[in-house]
Design a protein around this ligand. Structure first.
Ligand SMILES: Nc1nc2c(ncn2[C@@H]2O[C@H](COP(=O)(O)OP(=O)(O)OP(=O)(O)O)[C@@H](O)[C@H]2O)c(=O)[nH]1
Ligand SMILES: [Mg+2]
Length: 339
């Protein structure tokens, strides 16, 4: 087990294999990515519980025996947060929480949390808030019915309106306002200035799975000093800069947010503003980490997301990255290990 870090939130990770509905990455690699996600969210992973079942069970997602096992581990290590590498329905999340007496976060919630930690720009923050509210609004529909009994709240509601209706209305209003703000901020962004001059300057966008090395290449090509790190979702905001190489024509490179398998739809929807920059590109450079055991599947996922974003007709160059790493001995990555 890793040393306890009192500054981080103590967490337990849960991943089960559903043999009748397989996920995109294989079990081990999916677990590895899950550990990276948990680490990126600042979790101090004290335990992991794995399981295997045919299908998700409706009430708790996992089987009761497994849930009891988790409960005991939670109790033993005084863990306050249990993270599932699965999308849980609002009622499953609530049922598990009341059984375990611990906070439960699903894969979508985890990814949203990382995004919230990484959003520094004005547009980034707006996009994350939009994604979180969209996620919350789906939870309100079925999950918060207990709020319907609460009434009151000066100046908040119209006649006969329940708390749930008020919450929905307020969230709906905020979502609408956020979308408006996003469009406005986007129009003011520098890329549009560049786009107007686009006749002269070609735009090349770097795309790929998270951690493929987009920002590192972007910095090398443009002399930029954007944040690059061995972390999932190090980049959230698109940045565009001119190439460095003297003598050649000016080319504008755009660095973008990375993709991930089973990406929450709320995120794709909310990040349309940033991802809109891809539409102005003349060429997409699709970076693939050649050392990644799941590179083919990840490449397929990126291709699928690009199609979803309607940018699959833009010429694309597939580039194998981190080839220097190929000859190096494979090192094991940090996860739950014994010191
Ligand atoms: N060995 C090796 N490592 C690289 C190379 N390019 C990037 N890296 C490392 O890979 C990690 C991820 O790099 P980033 O450039 O942040 O990756 P990214 O695709 O921008 O990731 P996100 O923004 O999180 O989606 C960092 O630790 C880099 O140092 C490379 O060519 N060789
Ligand atoms: Mg990056």
């Amino acid at each position: 087990m890793p040393k306890e870090n009192s500054f981080l939130e103590k967490a337990l990770l849960v991943q089960v294999e559903t043999t009748k509905v397989r996920r995109i990455l294989n079990f081990e690699n999916s677990l590895e990515e899950f550990r990276d996600l948990a680490r990126s969210a600042g979790a101090n992973v004290l335990d992991e519980i794995e399981g295997k079942q045919e299908l998700a069970s409706p009430r708790y997602f996992i089987q009761k025996g497994k849930l009891e096992e988790i409960k005991q581990a939670v109790h033993k290590n005084k863990i306050g947060l249990v993270i599932f590498n699965h999308a849980l329905s609002p009622s499953q999340e609530r049922n598990i929480e009341s059984y375990l007496k611990a906070r439960v976060l699903d894969r979508t919630g985890l990814i949203l949390d990382i995004f919230a930690r990484r959003a520094f720009s004005h547009i980034g923050k707006l996009q994350v808030e939009l994604a979180q509210l969209s996620h919350l609004s789906t939870r309100l529909v079925r999950g918060w019915s207990h709020l319907e009994r609460q009434k009151g709240g000066i100046g908040l509601r119209g006649p006969g309106e329940t708390q749930l209706e008020t919450d929905r209305r307020l969230i709906g209003n905020r979502i609408k306002a956020l979308k408006k703000k996003l469009v406005k901020s986007h129009n003011q962004k520098s890329l549009n200035r560049y786009a107007r001059k686009k006749g002269k300057n070609k735009i090349v966008a770097l795309v790929g799975y998270t951690n493929a090395g987009k920002t590192t290449l972007f910095n090398a090509l443009t002399g930029g000093d954007e944040y690059q790190a061995d972390q999932l979702f190090a980049t959230l905001d698109s940045v565009t800069r001119k190439n460095l190489s003297p003598g050649s024509r000016a080319i504008l490179f755009t660095d973008t947010v990375g993709f991930i398998s089973e990406i929450p739809t709320e995120l794709i929807e909310s990040f349309k503003t940033t991802l809109d920059d891809l539409r102005s590109a003349d060429l997409l450079i699709h970076l693939v980490d050649i050392n990644d055991p799941e590179k083919e599947l990840k490449q397929k996922e990126v291709t699928r997301i690009l199609k979803d974003l309607n940018v699959d007709k833009i010429p694309q160059l597939l580039v194998n990255n981190k080839i220097d790493h190929l000859s190096e001995k494979k090192t094991t990555r940090a996860g739950v290990s014994t010191p």
